[in-house]
Every structure is written in C-alpha cells, then in structure tokens.
Design a protein. Structure first.
Length: 495
C-alpha cells in the first residue's frame, strides 16, 4: 500500500439533513406523552413560546381549534441571520391578524383553569400507591421476632441480601462466597445453620438453591399425596417435566391415576415463591390515535391531541425585535428563538398530518380485522403504506413507532397491523397470525392419547390450504408455548 500526500478531486453523493428536517422527524417519532414533555421543555427553554388558552365557549373535552392552512404573502417567514429583513418582521407583527391561533394574546390562564390544573395534580399525587415492602425487609422483620444469637443473625442478613425477588428468591450464591478465604469448618457450619433458618421463613421455599429444594420446602404433611410428592420431587422431577409417566410408574410402582393426581397437587406449589415481591411497573398506555365510524359506516381516524398544548409566539418579543430598542445581541437572540419556535409549531402540525394519513391508510387496509376479528388480519408491509401515502418507508416507521390506536376491539400498537404472510394453495395472501390461530385450533382438537407431531401439524395445516415448512411450525409452536407431542400426551387415555 502506497502512502502519499497530495490534492485530488472526487465526486460523490452525500445526504445532509437540515436541522429543521431532523427536528421534524424527532417530533414525528414521539408518542403523545413524550410530545407533551417535549413541549413543556421547549416552553421553559424558549421564552418567545407561549401557551394559547382554549376558547371558553368550547367544551373542555372537545378537540382544539383547527389551524387554518394559510400562508402570509404565499411565502414562509425566514429569519435571516445577516440582514434585518424588515419586510419579514413587518409580516411577523401582522401574523396575529392572519393566524390568530398561533398568536393569541391571552397568555394568562384564568383562575378557574389554574384551580382545575391544581386539583388534577393533587388527584394524581393522592392516587400514587405506596411502595410495597421489599423481600429483604419482610424476611428481616421475621428474624427480628425470633431469638437469634448475634453471630447467626449476621450470617442470615448476608444470605438475605443476596436474594433477588425477580429470580423467585433463590439462593444462587455459594456459602463459601459469603465467608472469608481462610474460614474454618465452624464458620461453614454457622452458614449452613443460617441458610436453614432463612429457608424456614415465609414465603415457603425462599432461599432454596434449586427448584427441587424449593418444592420440597413447600411440602406439608397435610397434603393428600405428601409421601408420593416427596418421592416424585426428589427423584423424578425431570421425568414429570418431559411427561415420562411410564418410566415413573415402573420406578415407583405408582399407577397412572396416583401419579396424575399427585402431579395435579404438585402444580399448586409455587416454583418462584418470592416473585410477588418483585416490583412491577405497568406502563400506562395512552392512545395516540382513535377510530370512529362516520355516517356511512366507514372508519375514520382521529389523532388524539387534546393533551397537546396550543402554542403561539409572544407579541412582546415581536415588538421588542422591531422597536429599535433591543441591542444587537438581544436581536440575535430573539431571531434565533423565533425561528426555533416556528419550526416547533410547524413540526407538531406536520406530525399530526402525517400520523393521520398513515393511520388512515392502515385502518383502510385492515378493515376486516376491525369488523370480524384478529383471525381476519391481512398481510401488510410498511412499504405498502409508504407507497399509498406518498412518503418514505422510514417516515412510516417513525410515525407508528411506540404509538397506540384505540379501536372497537381494544387498544393495539400501530405496529400490530404490520404482519408478514405466505401464499395459500389458491394464491391468496395469508397472514402468519392466521396460521398461528389455525395451529392452536388443531392442537386443541387433537387426540391427547396420540397428539400430533410437528410433521403431522404440517399435514393438518396443508389440509386447510396452508403450506408451511416444518421448521416454521416448530418455531411458532415454541413461541406459543405449546409443548412437544410427547409432553402433550395424556397417558391416562392411552389404551
């Protein structure tokens, strides 16, 4: 390889996105709640932005007034960084007459509106649930009620500190890891005693080292099949998992009926006893799009923007800019902020328009899904919607990302309507969702004494006009948590 210094001319194509286009794409990708946060942040950072109050004659839950699509002198306002642009700023001062939605002067909220916002915030705080008691605190409280000598208590606390409720409360560490490198046999015996003490606490099975030990600690003599369960858990847990009942019958002498009844009682035990202490945060889903039927019975998309504040540009800063009293630094600052404010307002309106068109195209394609149910969903790719709407496929991807739609059949992610598919024997497009539904129906109706293998499932689907590869059937069966044919066999029905 030769290295040299010199000048050369090279021609290439390179896409450079303007800051305005980048902001527009970012706004489009935001779901409703994040858009509200973005607007609140911009209101703090940009002093020329102000909230527009809703018309008191309009209902509180009604839609905001539609902005009129009207250009001033049929050309956009451009804040030139190098010149004063007196004509442009003269038009800016008159924008409130042309588009009052952007430049309403009612910047101060009414007392009633402020009180409503305060009450709403108070309700939110009042409805916040208390933080639940952690697993560690729960176990330590139980230890505090026992008469435990200090050295044993310290070791118990070490063991409890390693338990993770997300893992079910199992003790995954080694006792030697909790002791010094030169620990004597007496210290190891102390750790064993501490582990046994922690395992005796509630919930039963906590601090077990594996599933077998966890289930054994939950057995109580009052169980109907206590003795049988002790044998099955100790020696045949894997056989139960794989439904190898003949091997269990041969090894234990229990008949199928006893094994099945003991197995049913085994299912009442908890394999993850501390899972209830794991913190679970269920994210609130706020639909960005809603569907309504018009007078002709057709589905019409409505973008949910009641929570999106209406914005306008402050008259004070517009007058400050043209009054001649502002310093050059102030003029430069106001120009930059006005430009940013206008970009934001237009990006929000562009988001609304794009989301409406994309969502309407999706709904028009999946009308049968909305009318008749999930089994009638049709294959759909983002490129199809992009071609129909007339935008790039990445715009469609951003428009549906992390957004939800409220339909007569419930709330779904917009991405739910994009599904792959295959061809039926008649040449019709069939969505993979329909194949999964058919697969579940076949498994539910099969003879449990002789359940279908994956090859048999392929043949059964083929009888319904659906040609699917065996590896595809196996993949979907596993994703749907359908056990293998051996695990689905009911030995009590085998003759």
């Amino acid at each position: 390889m030769r290295l040299s210094f010199g000048l050369e001319t090279r021609q290439l194509q390179k896409q450079v996105l303007a800051p305005r286009m980048i902001q527009s794409m970012e706004i489009l990708q935001l779901p409703l709640l994040q858009l509200q946060e973005k607007i609140e942040q911009e209101l703090v950072e940009n002093p020329v932005l102000e909230l527009q109050e809703r018309d008191p004659n309009l209902p509180e839950d009604g839609p905001p007034p539609e902005p009129r699509q009207q250009d001033i002198d049929d050309k956009p306002l451009v804040v030139d960084e190098a010149h004063n642009n007196a004509d442009d700023f003269e038009r800016l001062l008159n924008l409130d007459r042309e588009i009052p939605e952007y430049f309403d002067e009612s910047t101060r909220r009414s007392a009633n509106r402020m009180q409503e916002d305060s009450d709403r915030a108070h309700d939110v705080i009042s409805n916040v649930t208390d933080r639940p008691e952690s697993l560690q605190v729960y176990l330590l409280h139980q230890l505090g009620e026992l008469d435990v000598r200090p050295d044993l208590l310290v070791m118990c606390e070490r063991i409890i500190s390693t338990l993770d409720p997300k893992d079910g409360g199992y003790f995954r560490s080694s006792l030697r890891d909790l002791l010094p490198m030169d620990a004597a046999a007496e210290e190891l015996a102390l750790a064993e005693e501490a582990l046994a003490l922690v395992q005796s606490l509630d919930p039963p099975g906590v601090a077990a080292r594996d599933l077998r030990e966890c289930l054994l600690h939950q057995l109580t003599p009052d169980l109907l099949f206590y003795d049988e369960l002790k044998i099955l858990i100790s020696n045949h847990l894997e056989d139960l998992r794989d439904n190898r009942l003949p091997q269990i019958e041969k090894a234990t002498g229990f008949d199928f009926e006893t094994i099945n009844e003991a197995w049913s009682e085994l299912r009442t035990l908890n394999p993850k006893p501390a899972a209830s202490f794991a913190e679970s945060h269920v994210a609130a889903v706020t639909p960005d799009v809603m569907i309504e039927r018009d007078e002709d019975g057709k589905y019409k998309v409505i973008v949910e923007d009641n929570g999106v504040p209406s914005l306008h540009i402050s008259r004070y800063y517009r007058e400050r800019l043209t009054s001649g009293t502002a310093t050059p630094e102030e003029r430069e600052f106001i120009k930059r902020k006005i430009n940013a404010a206008q970009w934001l307002i237009e990006s929000i309106e562009q988001r609304r328009s794009t989301l409406t068109r994309v969502s309407q195209a999706i709904v028009d394609h999946q009308t049968k899904f909305l009318d008749e149910g999930p089994e009638f969903i049709e294959p759909l790719k983002m490129q199809q919607i992009a071609d129909k709407v007339g935008v790039h496929v990445t715009t469609v991807s951003r428009a549906v990302d992390d957004k939800y739609i409220q339909t007569p059949r419930g709330i779904f992610p917009l991405k739910r309507f994009f599904v792959g598919g295959t061809k039926s024997e008649e040449g019709e497009d069939v969505a993979w969702d329909i194949i999964r539904i058919r697969l579940q129906e076949i498994v539910d109706k099969e003879d449990k004494a002789s359940p279908y293998s994956d090859d048999d499932l392929v043949e059964e689907l083929k009888k319904q006009g659906l040609t699917v590869a065996r590896r595809t059937v196996t993949k979907y069966r596993q994703k749907m948590n359908i056990p293998s044919s051996r695990q689905r066999r009911d030995w009590s029905k085998v003759k």
